[in-house]
Design a protein around this ligand. Structure first.
Ligand SMILES: CC(C)(COP(=O)(O)OP(=O)(O)OC[C@H]1O[C@@H](n2cnc3c(N)ncnc32)[C@H](O)[C@@H]1OP(=O)(O)O)[C@@H](O)C(=O)NCCC(=O)NCCS
Length: 199
């Protein structure tokens, strides 16, 4: 079984090469410390609407550095999608191997018993120009393969999905996520829990 320490020790694991629309070559690989400036470019470029749909602690170099500093220190695995023609980061796919007490309680109320042995959290964000053209669906199976290799069998949405995020809802549904139920997220946002079983 793969561990976060293995990945930090050899960031080429797990790396996948893929072709986006128009044949653009891209690589999906773990975030590395040297990515801070490029990651800041990705965060800074997110539109206000993307920031509403997918929230980060910040969108500048300090925020990017904080994400890079977290590599191999906590429970997170962050995979970046790099457009190999420009060298730009055009997507960030986040996994957390830890669950929150709130997640566990909400899912339990819906009859689903989450455990850190079996389950993990997932949150995807593409650069605005890469949204809505199938890139997410191209990348998702590769991320899920990494989840399997990390020994987890189910994936829940990190912080849920905003109920008005129609594109993300369609994206999750068409990729096999099941609706678990509504909840009120931070700031009173109307959100939905969803889960994907990989077995
Ligand atoms: C969510 C996200 C990762 C999905 O990746 P993507 O590449 O855009 O998704 P795909 O193109 O593979 O699939 C989107 C689906 O939604 C459909 N869609 C697009 N806009 C839509 C809309 N306004 N309403 C309903 N469906 C919509 C697409 O037609 C497609 O479905 P189809 O293949 O059946 O036609 C990406 O859009 C993104 O980063 N969004 C901004 C951040 C975000 O919302 N993150 C998720 C937070 S929970």
């Amino acid at each position: 079984m793969l561990t976060l320490t293995d990945i930090a020790g050899d960031p080429l694991v797990p790396t996948s090469r893929l072709r986006l629309r128009d044949g653009v070559k891209a690589a999906l690989r773990p975030l590395v410390h040297a990515d801070a400036e490029r990651l800041a470019g990705f965060l800074d470029g997110l539109s206000p609407e993307s920031r509403r749909l997918s929230t980060f602690d910040g969108y500048d170099l300090a925020a990017a550095r904080a994400l890079c500093d977290a590599i191999a220190r906590y429970d997170k695995l962050r995979l970046v999608l790099e457009d190999e023609s420009s060298g730009r980061i055009v997507g960030l796919f986040e996994l957390s191997l830890a669950l929150t007490a709130g997640d566990i309680a909400r899912y339990r109320a819906a009859g689903i018993h989450l455990t850190e042995r079996t389950d993990c959290r997932f949150g995807p964000t593409l650069a605005d120009a890469y949204q809505g053209s199938g890139v997410g669906s191209l990348v998702l199976p590769i991320v899920m393969e990494a989840v399997r290799r990390l020994g987890r069998a189910r994936v829940i949405l990190w912080g849920g999905v905003l109920a008005d995020n129609a594109r993300a809802l369609r994206f999750y549904q068409k990729n096999g996520f099941q609706l678990v139920g509504p909840f009120i997220g931070p700031g009173g946002t109307s959100s939905l829990d969803m889960i994907l079983s990989l077995t």
